[in-house]
Every structure is written in structure tokens, then in C-alpha cells.
Unconditional design. Sequence first.
Length: 271
Amino acid sequence: MGVFSSTDKKKGQKDWLNLDELSLVDVSRELNTSLNMEPRLFNRFRKDEVEDLLSESGLLEAVRKRGFQTSRLSIEVLNDYDNRVYIKTPDDHVLIHMRLKVSQFQLKGDDEKFPMVYIDWLLTQNLHFSGEKIKKDLYFGQEYPGLNVFTEITKFIRILAKKLGSSGAFNVPEYFHDAVLFGRNFKFIDPEKEGSFRALLKTFRGVNLRILSSQIHQNKVYYQSGELYEWKYGEMISCTDVYLEKKVFHESYFKKVEEIKQKLKFELRNH
């Protein structure tokens, strides 16, 4: 599953290749190689320390339970703020790919800034499943079914955020089903987006998530008023800092969410 606006999503665009940026990355890699330096996640965590965080979150055990007994961890550091964490099979096939950044998070109209872990890209794939027979069962953006390890991934990222001393994590889900998976621990900053998101879940309670997400992205979901519902990006955050949590998710936020959730109704149309 591909999540989020990132350079990974611009490979088909003319402005994707930035020669200045590429040269800096190449120099960084050459320097690390020549000095025999072990890459550290966010210039801080060694590979064995990251493995400890993954174990604490239960992610490595979850991967084992999916049938991948001998997975291995790989860390790729592009710079101090742009890091990639891979869990791969012994023959180097990707099971999990997390592209993480540290970014200054700022609320609209507010001068305060908060260091946050930004989930720039996230992919999980169960390589035990392949072939044309599974294509009809995939979400938008998938080549393989996921590993069903979102709970553990979220826990890992929250643990990482705390260890870094940041205020939490945020992301911009590309697809509706991504928001649903993140929605256990993340909320949209905009109460109107959160309210309409919750209203969708309420209206279509019991509908298969894969089917519902496909219908949304195929423009088959309408407001009860007759207007087409269109999925729009928005930031979702999960706070590890109590101050930020109270600052964003206050009483008026939840009141607004509930009002919109109760007011909006949706319906499916196949024409």
C-alpha cells in the first residue's frame, strides 16, 4: 500500500530527478562506505537498537507469525532527516518498507512548532500470496495483500517518536482504507475531515473495507443530498506529548466531530 505525498510518488514526473540532491546523497553514501560507518536511524539508533524497538512493538513477532521466520532488518539513511527502514526476506524481497522523516509540525495560524516523525511512505506486503487470483482482492495501490501488522507498526513509530523526544507522528493517507487503518491511533487535525470520515464509517458499518474503499475511489459514493463525495488528503496525527494532544484535540474539536458525524449521510450509486 502506498501512502503519502513523497518523492517516491514523483518518479513519473519530469521534476523528480534533482541532480544536486542526488550528488549529496551519493557523497554521503560514499563517505559512510569509505569510513566503514554503520548507518544509524536518525543519526542515533544502531541496527541492534532498532531491532529492540521493533521487538518491543511486537512487529518482528507479527512478521514471524505471518510465516516469515527469518526476516532481516535493513536501514538506509539518506540524510539525518530522511531514513528508510526495511524488513526483508533472506533473499532481499521487501516485506515492510517505512520511509520516515523528522519534521517541524505547525498548526495553521499558530506560531508554535513541534518536532514530529512524518510517515512519508509505508508499504507492507505478504509475498506468500501472488498471482492473478488475488488481484480482485487488493486495495488500490497494492501489488500484494498486506501483512495485517498495522497495530504493531503504529506502536513502533510511537515508541520511536518518544525515544527521539518528538511530540508524536503524522501522516497524509492517500487512500480511504489507509485512513481507516491509521484511524485506531491517529485522527485528522481538521474536525470536519474527521467528522465526515467517521460519518462514512457509521453509514457503511458492516460493509467490507476493501469494497467500500474501491467504491469511494471509483466515485460511487454520494452525500444523501446528491452531491458526489470526493476523498481529499488531510493530515492525521498521533500525539505522544500530552500538551500537543490537549492543544489539538480539545472539547470543541470532539463536539464538532460529533455534530458532523451525526449530520452527514451517504449512499452508493452505480451510475
